[in-house]
Design a binder for this molecule. Sequence first.
Ligand code: HEC
Ligand code: HEC
Length: 380
Amino acid sequence: MWWYRKAGGAKPPSVASLDTPLDELLGHYRRAQFQQLLAQRRYGGRAWQWDDYVRWGQELVHTAQVQRPPVGPAPSVPLAETYRCIHCHNLVREDVVLTRQDPEAREQLLEENPALGGKKTGVRLTTGTTFWGMVNRERFYNGYYAKYHRLQVREGERFRPMDPSSLADAVQVCCSYCSAGRFPEDWELDSILAYLWTLELRLRDLDLPAEMQRRILEQFNSGNPQAVDAARQQLRQYYLVASQAHAVDPPTRSEGDKDTYPPSVAELEQLFAPGQSRSASNASQPASTSRKNLVATGDPKRGEWLYRSACAFCHGNEVHPKAGRSLATSPGTFHRYVWKGTQRDGLYMPFFTRERLSPRQATDIRAYLRSLPPEKKISD
Ligand code: HEC
Ligand code: HEC
């Protein structure tokens, strides 16, 4: 997609402030290019406003269809039969430190600020990453998900493999494959992208230390190309230009509320140890060579909240009728679904990576489900 090509040495905005979008500070101007492109588009024989696209995009993300679309039948044909983007993606900031994708930090954040949680618009422990700041990423489906780069996307009447640096391609992949739906029409793709642009990052969002913030603004406003370049290099270390994904191996043994995870998981945990800062550049393999297991003992009390946050949005409703204790009748099945998901055409269960759920959290959820009386229905 031409509007995702790097704009190279474009000038920064004339006066940079805390509210300046990163897209402008970095000299990409992808939003402006995309807006220009939309202004030339015709759907249903006419041009539409940016705000129209944003509104349709928001409807698509929440409900998979648009009540009064620009073309075709009204309401529009749903993108997918069952899944909606919000089943698997938050729409708001989910990480306190933007370079640290740790679900335990998310749990703590929500414990301290319960108001940030919430079914449709709050933070939940979802299998996909948040849409907030999605337009600022430069590479999609990374780490364990890199195998998706082989998937095909539609371009006009042709199909070709996805371009990992194209957000538009990533959206296509998620509409068709992750959502178990179909490829979006051009107007649908344009609308989802316009909506995602309303969730772009600004300098303020990076929470830079005050002194650095002042210096970076000075550099941007200096007009000196070298200073601007240095400021750009620095900015890119304070958010994730590419989100990470590590698969978790299921426990080798489960007894009561206790799960014994293999050494591979214990090593993985070191990536998330407190004080470990992870940016795109240093998210390499765990360094340790110790071959210890990770033993987790479930806490049913924590598990209750975690279950509501990570599972109940899909379980016990129209996505999947099973809920509560019946999900934990066998530890093997429980962990297989959580860490491997299912692969099938049609409605499937997506798996959690370490960036989305920790081994301890899964063990807590299992302990909570085991603590329920067999028939109790969970309503959420
Ligand atoms: C059933 C779950 C599910 C649904 C529904 C879903 N996604 Fe995803 N999506 C994922 C997972 C899992 C990933 C990979 C992890 C990640 O990076 O977010 C992903 C990745 C993405 C990415 C790439 C993110 C990145 O940084 O690599 C985009 C863009 C995306 N999804 C858009 C959408 C849109 C738009 C919809 C709705 C039309 C949607 N998704 C619906 C699960 C889902
Ligand atoms: C995005 C939606 C979604 C989320 C989130 C989700 N599941 Fe599922 N789950 C499903 C679907 C759909 C199936 C059926 C999959 C299939 O049949 O291929 C399923 C199946 C299961 C099963 C097997 C049920 C059976 O048939 O006996 C278990 C166990 C399970 N999920 C546990 C969990 C747990 C635990 C969580 C939270 C940590 C969770 N799921 C989160 C959608 C979801």
